[in-house]
Design a binder for this molecule. Structure first.
Ligand SMILES: NC(=O)c1ccc[n+]([C@@H]2O[C@H](COP(=O)([O-])OP(=O)(O)OC[C@H]3O[C@@H](n4cnc5c(N)ncnc54)[C@H](OP(=O)(O)O)[C@@H]3O)[C@@H](O)[C@H]2O)c1
Length: 294
């Protein structure tokens, strides 16, 4: 018999809509981000998220915690069988491993650490236009997809010029572009290009790593008070209403639950517009034109 906590998690998971992708797959609109969590600390963080009802985890080889993520999946049974089928698992290729053969080798290493036999989404982590290899890398990712070891192919941090170049070289648009996106950095040109080409937008740092919780001289806090929710919930709700996939990170079980609980209220149009108006010229992360995670 299912425990009460299992039922609560199943109910929470069921409230999160799926976003349909251009390859026929569907991704849960909310996932857990696990950047900046040590390998030996990530296991309980993932386990508490799964207990809260998260069915989408956003990892990366570059986060150096795929081993801990894999241990959490094995301990909870989400690495195999029917349970595995209920989880959307993303990982990303390190920039230093781009290229056809090296991407294939890197993927094998990731699968071993994750203790699974496929991932739902494999992503190119940064475009590194100063050392462009994404066309060749994509061909390796397409082989992994053809072999049934990856379901969906995505990219991160691609600007329109990088998406176009990838399309010119491979004839494909990725299913997902994961970009930095939050109220004070909305990247409307990138979002518009993705929409035009059927590429789903996934927001990383959806709260600007926490900085946007205080954005706009109390604008977010005022809306939160009006709905009796937290500033984090207001920002995440705004993303949900925009149709964006989000991957908020928290190591705290209570915040994880809160970040999933954004379907019990709706922003009034003027509140949504007030958050739209916070767009600004300052990113929280790195510039894709110059950055490499290596
Ligand atoms: N593809 C890429 O290049 C890329 C780059 C950056 C990030 N990402 C992905 O995106 C994920 C999320 O981005 P992020 O971690 O940079 O930033 P974020 O999710 O915007 O913010 C995380 C910060 O907000 C805090 N927080 C979370 N929930 C909260 C709540 N309900 N109330 C108050 N504070 C809260 C967290 O603290 P606690 O943990 O202490 O709760 C943490 O300090 C990453 O984990 C990663 O998976 C991808």
């Amino acid at each position: 018999m299912l425990e009460t906590s299992d039922l609560a998690a199943a109910a929470a998971a069921a409230t999160v809509p799926d976003i349909a992708l251009n390859d026929g797959n569907a991704i849960p609109q909310i996932g857990l981000g696990i950047l900046r969590i040590d390998d030996d600390a990530v296991e309980p963080v993932v386990e508490s998220a799964l207990s809260a009802g998260y069915r989408h985890i956003d990892g990366a080889a570059g986060y150096n915690n795929e081993g801990g993520l894999g241990r959490a999946l094995a301990a909870t049974g989400y690495n195999t069988g029917e349970q595995r089928g209920k989880l959307w698992l993303t990982t990303k290729l390190r920039d230093s491993q781009q290229g056809y053969d090296s991407a294939l080798r890197a993927f094998d290493d990731s699968l071993k650490l994750l203790q699974v036999d496929y991932v739902d989404m494999y992503m190119i982590h940064w475009p590194t236009p100063f050392n462009w290899r994404s066309g060749d890398t994509w061909k390796a990712l397409a082989k992994l997809r053809a072999d049934g070891r990856v379901k969906t192919l995505g990219v991160c941090n691609f600007l329109p010029e990088h998406l176009q170049r990838l399309h010119d070289e491979t004839g494909e648009w990725p299913a997902v572009n994961q970009i930095e996106l939050h109220p004070t950095w909305q990247q409307r040109d990138v979002v518009a290009f993705c929409k035009e080409h059927g590429i789903a937008v996934e927001a990383y740092s959806p709260m600007a790593r926490g900085a946007d919780l205080n954005a706009g001289n109390g604008v977010i806090a005022k809306i939160a008070d009006a709905h009796n929710v937290s500033p984090a919930q207001v920002i995440l709700r705004w993303h949900i209403e925009n149709g964006t996939i989000i991957i908020p990170k928290s190591v705290h079980a209570e915040r994880q639950k809160q970040n999933l609980d954004v379907f019990g209220f709706t922003l009034f149009p003027e509140e949504h517009a007030a958050i739209d108006a916070l767009d600004g010229p300052k990113r929280a992360g790195h510039d894709p034109l110059t950055f490499t995670y290596a």
